[in-house]
Design a protein around this ligand. Structure first.
Ligand SMILES: Cc1cc2nc3c(=O)[nH]c(=O)nc-3n(C[C@H](O)[C@H](O)[C@H](O)COP(=O)(O)OP(=O)(O)OC[C@H]3O[C@@H](n4cnc5c(N)ncnc54)[C@H](O)[C@@H]3O)c2cc1C
Length: 503
């Protein structure tokens, strides 16, 4: 397209979302005479939020699509592999479950695996669901091999993602983007000038008095939402009635022992704690609800449950769970914390950044902004946020813990869509996942089952196989997973061979 009016893209913010956006756009938008001018403004003085270390499998596709080599990425960000999340004490104290990134078993005659397992269980089988997830079996043994797409290989039933140092990832993406032509401007934005005729953003004025003009502005300025909220007054939808945690404390610690290929999430009296293993340190944090716990208490609990020596004092962060009423308003698109926030229980924030970049590219305006395209972007982003929100609420709402915080979570109203999913599962273990849902059947199953929801019966379609056939089928799957795992390198060995960081 020649003569295009929308050519100058200005990104405000150089955290994970700013640099992911810059890297995504410079790599995937047209080049040559149709290339876009992409400028990123960031302020070292303000800094970034500095957390965000656990990710989910789609990040592999993002890195791949923009041409990032996995081994180089892992070396530069001190990354480790992640096969899923181990949840401790969520249903009740002393209990745990694993949310794997892969699938459970295999379907037979189109019927999901767990239906056969539930039938076997009702007939006296005592095996655990997790024994039929290769990711979980590997995680227990701290083994690792990447998944593949060969349906004959057991590894095709697995999936993986990364734990990474978010600061190093932003630095890595900065180098990558600058080499490809993104112009970085260091400076603090002090004023946002709106066009008198229609209220669109015209330019940004920096502390140095420099003025930066643009056509499309991307707000990656973090929680404050410098453009989308402070300048455009877009409004925020508060979801703290569903997800009441509003505070976090984060502290890194020295690594201890061999590296787990999974995130740990441990529930406490009024929230939960993450433990994220990197190659060079462990990331820890305590997410909690300030109505039920003071910062001092939250800090003591965090430090009492850190494995290695803490590398500093816990750093406090406050947040309001929810989302902007519009993600795209006039000529401004909010991405990252500027767009909204949900706690990192399922490591979804960076994924939402990636999803916004993809949809922005799909709906990139040509010569002028089109309201139907803006609405489409907003509807898709709202749907993404709501699906994740429902999944997170499930972890809190279904519990058997005794503390007041957990009792309140049990009593709270939940979205009708989630209520319907729980009721459906309770009856016959059935799960239907809409096309665009980030969390597939196995993820919902892991958490529904892990949080203690038992279904009353199983799918009658499993009756097509007799009990002996089902028992043999289960044995074969578990046996093949044990055999495959025995032959794998440990997670640490795999990293040492393929992607060891040298810092
Ligand atoms: C406690 C906690 C734990 C988290 N854990 C995870 C996790 O495990 N996994 C996950 O996916 N996500 C996680 N997240 C979310 C994740 O941290 C963010 O999604 C990610 O870091 C992106 O942040 P950001 O770039 O939008 O904002 P920020 O990192 O806050 O960056 C904002 C940028 O804007 C710049 N800026 C602001 N104002 C101005 C100005 N006036 N002029 C110029 N520049 C300005 C700043 O300098 C900075 O560069 C977590 C978040 C929190 C709060």
């Amino acid at each position: 397209m020649n003569n295009k009016k929308i050519k100058r893209i200005v990104i405000v913010g150089g955290g994970t979302s700013g640099w992911m956006t810059a890297a995504g756009l410079i790599s995937l938008l047209p080049k040559g005479k149709d290339a876009y001018d992409i400028t990123l403004i960031e302020s070292d003085q303000i800094g970034t939020v500095g957390v965000g270390e656990a990710t989910i499998p789609p990040l592999r596709a993002f890195n791949n699509e923009i041409g990032i080599n996995e081994s180089e990425f892992m070396k530069k960000t001190g990354a480790t592999f992640k096969l899923g999340i181990e949840f401790h004490n969520w249903k009740s104290k002393g209990e745990y479950y694993f949310h794997p990134f892969g699938q459970y078993g295999r379907r037979i005659d189109g019927v999901p695996f767990h239906q056969y397992w539930m039938r076997a269980k009702q007939n006296g089988n005592t095996t655990k669901l997790g024994e039929y997830s290769l990711c979980e079996v590997m995680a227990r043994e701290k083994k690792f091999l990447p998944c593949n797409t060969d349906p004959k290989s057991v590894l095709s039933t697995t999936g993986y993602s990364y734990h990474m140092d978010a600061g190093l990832y932003a630095k890595f993406l900065r180098e990558f983007s600058e080499k490809k032509g993104v112009v970085r401007v260091e400076g603090k934005v002090m004023d946002v000038k709106l066009r008198e005729t229609d209220g669109y953003i015209e330019s940004l004025q920096l502390e140095s008095s420099k003025v930066i003009e643009g056509d499309l502005f991307i707000d990656c300025s973090g929680f404050r939402g410098l453009l989308i909220e402070e300048a455009l007054k877009t409004g925020y939808e508060d979801w703290s009635h569903y997800l009441p945690c509003d505070s976090a404390l984060a502290v890194p610690s020295e690594s201890v022992g061999s590296t787990r290929p999974y995130t740990m999430s441990t529930a406490h009296a009024a929230g939960w704690q993450w433990r994220i293993p990197l190659q060079h340190r462990t990331g820890n944090g305590h997410v909690y609800c300030s109505k039920f716990m003071s910062q001092d208490e939250a800090s003591s609990i965090l430090l009492a449950n850190v494995e290695g020596k803490p590398l500093g004092d816990p750093r406090p962060l406050q947040f309001t769970t929810g989302r902007r009423k519009k993600f795209w308003n006039k000529n401004c698109v909010a991405i990252g914390l500027a767009a909204g926030f949900m706690e990192p229980l399922e490591s979804t924030s960076i994924h939402l950044v990636q999803e916004s970049i993809a949809q922005l590219i799909n709906l990139l305006p040509g010569e002028e902004f089109n309201q139907a395209e803006i609405d489409q972007f907003n509807n898709m982003a709202a749907r993404d946020y709501e699906l994740i929100r429902d999944f997170l609420i499930l972890h809190y709402h279904v519990n058997e813990r005794e503390e007041d915080f957990w009792k309140q979570c049990r009593k709270m109203e939940i979205p009708p869509s989630l209520r319907q999913r729980i009721d459906l599962y309770k009856n016959c273990g059935r799960l239907f996942i809409e096309g665009e849902n980030l969390f597939r059947l196995d993820s919902w199953l892991a958490v529904l089952h892990g949080q203690g929801i038992m279904s009353d019966s199983y799918d009658p379609m499993t009756e097509g196989k007799d009990q002996t056939q089902v028992a043999k089928f289960l044995d074969n799957i578990h046996g093949s997973f044990i055999k495959a795992t025995d032959a794998m390198p440990t997670h640490d060995q795999y990293i040492a061979r393929h992607c060891k960081a040298n810092f």
